[in-house]
Design a protein around this ligand. Sequence first.
Ligand SMILES: O=C(O)CCC(=O)C(=O)O
Length: 288
Amino acid sequence: MSTGRRPAAPVTLTVPDVAAATRHLGTFGYTVLTAAFDARPLADEIDRVLADAFADPDHQNRGSAGNRFRYAPMMVASTPISLSLARQLGAVAAELLGAPVVPGRAKGTEYAGISGWHRDTELAARSVGCLTYLEPLTARAGALWVLPGSHHAGYAEAIVAGDDPDLPGVPVPTSPGDVIVLDERLFHCSKGGRRRRRRQWRVDFAADDAGADADLAEYFAAQHSPDWDGGYDVERYPSYGAAWRALDARWDARLEAIGAYEAGRIEEEAAARRRAAPPDRQSVVRAR
Ligand SMILES: O=C(O)CCC(=O)C(=O)O
């Protein structure tokens, strides 16, 4: 018999002062939602996914920020904490951006080193990354560093023109349960604790601004490439799994319309084909 009650969310996000967070994000390009949720179930879920998703447990990607990491999308029925957190952060992101949003992928990532200064996008779409680390991180041991205000176009142009590797950033120390919301155009890096394993869960949101469909299509196309292989099991941990698509009917329709599903499908079908190819063909692809 149905009680008519909605099932309790498996994780609860609490953000007491969204207005203050919105101001900080607008001015400085980032904000921290302190002690926003209980991180233990998410840490367990990430550990389970990372232990399960890779045929090669030593798989690592090398990123353009000079970093080493591996990740798996957490967008399926067996990752309920990730789904719930993404859904709740979507509501916060809509307030922060002052617009309806469309979500990017929710991913669990394990970093094996630190990341050099970079920004996550230079595209026109307005977007934020919501990231949370499952280890306590300090300025000297693995925290994210940001260059406040560098999401503003004029400042960003000056930084690029100056080409100075020693940027005057500030650390963003975090405890598990804190969420950093980052304008994706902000310069950021991580420092210290080079040998420590760090686990990050992250979901991104782009503003679904009126008339911005071409910008959004460009943003989602840039997330995927048929040449990329993250090494995870694309059948069991697909981007945009059925449970993800069921989270929100508007998100689902918009992601379909702006080509996000198609871009993800092409990338992951190519990865599955390579996985099924004879071993000599696989080694050619890996050596690229
Ligand atoms: O934690 C790190 O090393 C880098 C994280 C980062 O750059 C990102 O999530 O965009």
